[in-house]
Design a protein around this ligand. Sequence first.
Ligand code: MTE
Ligand code: MO
Length: 245
Amino acid sequence: MITRRGLIVSGGATLLAGCDAWSNSPILLNADEAHRYLQRSITGRAALAREFRPDQRSPRFRTNGTANPNTPEYNALAANGFADWRLQVGGMVQRPLSLSLAQLRSLPQRAQITRHDCVEGWSAIGKWQGPQLEQVLRLAGLRDGARYIVFHCADVFGQRKIPYYESIDLIDAFHPQTILAWSMNDTPLGVGHGAPLRLRVERQLGYKQAKYLMRIEAVASLDGIGRGKGGFWEDIAGYEWYAGI
Ligand SMILES: Nc1nc2c(c(=O)[nH]1)N[C@H]1C(S)=C(S)[C@@H](COP(=O)(O)O)O[C@H]1N2
Ligand SMILES: [Mo]
């Protein structure tokens, strides 16, 4: 039996399937997403970001954005080496999780040497290691209807003390190079680079690489997150939510 999804993925039949197929596809709900899907099939969202040799790493990798959250909560966690820190995994999952650094380190690991590109115009090559986000999402089990993963951070901005946040779709969440990095250049992440855990989503720009992760949330829609654009800079400065490189 040919499902509507089958028509979508079979390529040539896509246009014949018409609007009905688009609107019933589990991954395409509106024109904006349909546009991204088309772009994706041209550029290949599943393709890997380039990986480099160890000797190609940048001698200096600058920090950007928050270099130390410096809140009482964060300082207390940092003071004892993040032994009491836990990554909360919740939202639309079957099994909410609370994972220690030791648990994250004991999952199968992936290491990659990649180039970080900041929207402000600088780049740096570094080595990152941690479990693939996919490993953690499989442990938690996404519930039907979950379509985005939101990352909530420890650092806060402005008078209203809004914690940094970012989000990605499930294509990037399950991309093999999307990892929860606790190590940079073979050393546990320093405070400047997001200790104890940060996201690496290698096909996107720097501001998507959320540092100081505290909580991961699976959601059906980004409407209830911040002002609805899916990320801190997206909401306050109009940055693109999909920051593909
Ligand atoms: N929590 C948090 N994550 C963040 C930021 C931030 O200010 N807070 N800045 C982003 C930006 S714009 C960039 S370029 C990278 C910088 O990462 P680095 O400090 O390790 O170079 O982190 C991203 N992730
Ligand atoms: Mo950036």
